[in-house]
Design a protein around this ligand. Sequence first.
Ligand SMILES: Cc1ncc(COP(=O)(O)O)c(C=O)c1O
Length: 395
Amino acid sequence: MMNQLSDRINNLATSATLAMAAKARELRAEGKDIIGLSLGEPDFNTPDFIKEAAIEAINQNYNSYTPVDGYVELKEAIITKFKRDNNLNYSLPQIVVSTGAKQALANVAAVMINPGDEVILPCPYWVSYSDIVKLSDGVPVEVQTSIDNDFKMTAEQLEAAITPKTKMIWYSSPCNPSGSVYSKEELRTLADVLKKHPHIYVVSDEIYEHINFKGGHFSMAEFDDMYDRTVTVNGVSKAFAMTGWRIGYIGAPDWIARACNKMQGQITSGANCIAQRAVITALEADPSRIKYMVDEFKERRKLILDLLSEIEGFKTNEPEGAFYVFPNVSSYFGKTIKGKTINNASDFSLFLLEEALVATVTGEAFGNPDCIRISYAASQDNIKEAIKRIKSALS
Ligand SMILES: Cc1ncc(COP(=O)(O)O)c(C=O)c1O
């Protein structure tokens, strides 16, 4: 049958992380014992105090449409959180609550990007950035960073990537997939470049803010000269183990927030009412209540870095946040192992799935074809077993 689908969807890549998860599910259904280290999803339960708030909301009959941009009480909790954790002052019209940070990002793309506008993406970047940008007819401009610079974009690299068509820069810190965290000083050097280019806006995706092993999270919008040009994106999926609840939000200049509200009003309306009530409780809580998860991620990070250092040909940076390692595996390219030739990171990731029964994600999906992403949002036993299998398959 003729393909009647739009060019838009035909040109859209399938999310590589979701595709790998589907492939792993397929192999599991065939009876294979796959260890999944491909998904960006905490393996903890949502904390009880948040679940209780949701149950209470159901019993109190929160069942109607919510305001498109979120309950006022939730927006107030977000304002308090921004002030408490990030030293950022936002007012109610500057906040929009969405169905996950993913929708928040899609809103921003839709309201900011005109056809042909360029969006600078320091590589590696979160897997969906480039396709969200493309869906809005924008042009992703990848800036390759170096593992020796902890996968961070330098001021010189940023300057070189800017053209008259540059509209925005999107980055995450802590970064998915590299775990890198931009310091205040590093962000200042980027902001200094942007001073000369007042037409460029920034998306600062801070969804891993609390999963930071070194401390010292800094938001681009904290700089006075960047506040009016920055959209701060955050959400509860990662730090609160609430991926399925689907709540994300932005703090932004009010004209951008108003536009996102308008966009969302025509597409999905307000996010789920029960989840919004539960998130009020999550955000009002002191971040120390979720520290037990961060502590566990920190231990797992040490474990996986130690174990990977025993495998020849894996070069890693030391991630300072999130829950991923992003080793460079290019020393295996061109080799044939167990009859399979590995030419790139996708071949390597597939090899690990088929021969070690461990699911990872190719770095190509994140704009870096020399690396693979391994998530350590898995039990220590699973991490040990997975790395043992990888080592054995490669030896
Ligand atoms: C950097 C980054 N931004 C945004 C998201 C989307 O989060 P949410 O679950 O809130 O849609 C993710 C999820 O993997 C992410 O890693």
